[in-house]
Design a protein around this ligand. Sequence first.
Ligand code: ADP
Length: 324
Amino acid sequence: IERIGVYTSGGDAPGMNACLRAVVRTALANDLDVMGIRRGYEGMIEGDFVEMDRRSVSNIVQTGGTVLKSARSPAFMNPEGRARAMRMLKEYKVDALVAIGGDGTMRGANILHDEHDIPVVGCPGTIDNDLYGTDTTIGYDTALNTAIENIDRVRDTADAHNRLFLIEVMGRDAGFIALNCGIGGGAEMVLIPETITEMEVVKERLLSLMSAQRRSTIVIVAEGDELGGARGIEKALLDDSDFNDIDLRSTILGHIQRGGSPTASDRVLASRLGVGAVESLLDGHSEVMVGLVNSEVKLTPLRNVWGRKKSIDYDLLKLTQILS
Ligand code: ADP
């Protein structure tokens, strides 16, 4: 390997920059050239490449977003798009890749390797924490802390008015953020995509919580919850006369959960995994993702990363019931 290409792709996550910095500096320390590929697979197809040196990653360990930009690339979903991407990589003499992104990004990297045999190592960058092969993903801790900080704010106002608040957090397919910010934010109830809760059960529980003279009640809803997110549940409650006397509000935290400066924990994770990715390539590994498992850097075949479902901790779900 003489020149590696690195890209950030799919949903952006705080800490992607710290990971990129670690990749670039580790590569340079090992006398490899580094090409930054802008806008993920879209930029790979278009040849939107930029040479990276030490200074190109100065002062970014602490920043959110991604200096290489990110994108979703429909063109990369078909073989012609990937062949075009491969031609660009050859033209720029990129002979190995580090992919930073979520499960879609890992899947794309896997397919590119299978079709064109270019060595590739992935780094898990997504706020959703839904990648198999790592205890946490880059960006998750930051998103979780942002969500909790905002839940605390909602709690103040909910408390002042004796209100029932439905707060929707990110997580289309996974309830990691919802479950953990529910516990950390002292929520009375948590609804996640991994479990199916009947609306009648939700209503019953909420009525009993409100009648127990609570000062306020907070329900955390993952956006992918079966009942239609915070707005869907709000509508169902407003349509029910049993809730006529309850002061009810809903709020969607949305994209604020993606932004901001990465937490210490995400910066360290991103740095370790970035270094681990380049070292793995140099050791001859490919088609793997670097993750942190029990505090150790571990490699998992890409196929398992996107092919297997990472399970939430069901004991934590019980905890929310005990503590509410
Ligand atoms: P994330 O990486 O955050 O999960 P996406 O699911 O949007 O984000 O995936 C990012 C990009 O990865 C997609 O826009 C697409 O270019 C590529 N990708 C995703 N799934 C596949 C697939 N099955 N085959 C080829 N490329 C894919």
